[in-house]
Design a protein around this ligand. Structure first.
Ligand SMILES: *Cc1c(COP(=O)(O)O)cnc(C)c1O
Length: 340
């Protein structure tokens, strides 16, 4: 049996709701390649299809697979105010005939009007989701508990809720989407020297690394920290990968020594835009006509440039960057990024 078949068989054990538009493209960025002196390719997961696309569509296929299997009628989820995860979940719920309850956490200090009303917030309103607020942004367990309280009320009212957990102690179903995404990429392009991805909850980074390794691809995968520093993120990735190995039934040793996180592009912190992030966002737009988002994909690209500057990625190498989408957030950050 080929590696690919074995992996397909492992993934087919999990229920999956189809939300994606088939396979996303991989494109060579000719002008940026010239500019940076590398052979740069972009995996366009901003084009996954559902409601402005992005990485959450892949992840949600497995959560909604389970929700459908459990005959849920309402899905509950928590995230930052400009969360792409909650917006995409609301769209998936609408598509599958369910209601959604979105809890928005205060994670980013000092933001203006548009952050609270435009971008993903606007889209979620159009999608008809119920909204809740959570006052702190660094309490994953507390945020999950608040969802469970609302879920208990829904049960009492005769509904069948399904909670998508944020906390690290739950099975990383979303990472399965990126195991599949990594396998998809390895069938499209094979001989690259490095991949660069964002590392937030770790579902994308962990799943992608696993998908490449289970497809026999040895290239390093650099996870660019978007939320936590290197030490914290490293510890998180170890947890995500060991949970994923448990869930899928593979030997964690094939990925554990390959955790590579870099926090040189994180400042000034989660959801906040520094000069490097803004420059990266503008460079991509002005050189290739492709938009990045301020919270994740622009930081990822800033990280790629940073890794090139410090010599971890070297001139002439073939590099694939994962574009994880998140574009609606641009409109929540107008005051921050529209000024230059
Ligand atoms: C959520 C998100 C990420 C981070 O993905 P994780 O799987 O949480 O690490 C990256 N990019 C975008 C656009 C996102 O919305």
């Amino acid at each position: 049996m080929t590696e690919q078949k074995k992996l397909d068989r492992k993934l087919s054990k999990f229920p999956r709701a189809r939300l994606m538009t088939e396979v996303t493209p991989v494109e060579r960025l000719d002008r940026l390649s010239d500019r940076l002196g590398i052979d740069l390719w972009l995996k366009r997961d901003d084009l996954t299809g559902l409601s402005f696309g992005g990485n959450k569509t892949r992840q949600l296929e497995f959560y909604f697979g389970e929700a459908v299997q459990q005959r849920a009628d309402t899905v509950l989820i928590t995230g930052a105010v400009q969360s792409n995860f909650v917006r995409t979940a609301a769209a998936a719920a609408a598509r599958l005939g369910m209601k959604s309850v979105l809890q928005l956490e205060e994670r980013v200090p000092g933001m203006g009007e548009q952050y609270y009303h435009s971008g993903n917030v606007l889209l979620a309103k159009i999608l008809g989701a119920e909204h809740m607020r959570f006052p702190v942004g660094e309490d994953e367990v507390g945020a999950d508990n608040a969802l469970h309280e609302r879920a208990a009320q829904l049960v009492a009212a005769g509904h069948r809720p399904y909670v998508i957990h944020l906390g690290i102690d739950h099975p990383p179903l979303g990472a399965l989407g990126y195991v599949q995404g990594g396998a998809e990429l390895s069938a499209q392009i094979s001989d690259f020297d490095a991949a660069v991805v964002p590392s937030g909850s770790g579902s994308t980074h962990g799943g992608f690394l696993t998908g490449l390794r289970l497809s026999g691809m040895p290239a390093p995968v650099y996870g660019i920290c978007v939320r936590r520093n290197q030490k914290q993120q490293n510890a998180r990735m170890e947890k995500v990968l060991s949970k994923l190995a448990d869930l899928m039934g593979f030997d964690p040793a094939i990925v554990m020594n390959d955790i590579d996180v870099w926090d040189g592009a994180l400042a000034p912190g989660y959801g906040r835009v520094g000069e490097g992030t803004r420059d990266a966002l503008n460079l991509m737009a002005r050189t290739e006509g492709i938009f990045l988002d301020p919270v994740y994909s622009a930081k990822t690209f800033a990280g790629l440039i940073g890794l090139l500057d410090v010599g971890v990625i070297r001139k002439g190498q073939k590099v694939v960057m994962l574009h994880t989408g998140g574009l609606p957030a641009l409109f929540g950050y107008q005051e921050v990024i529209g000024s230059v």
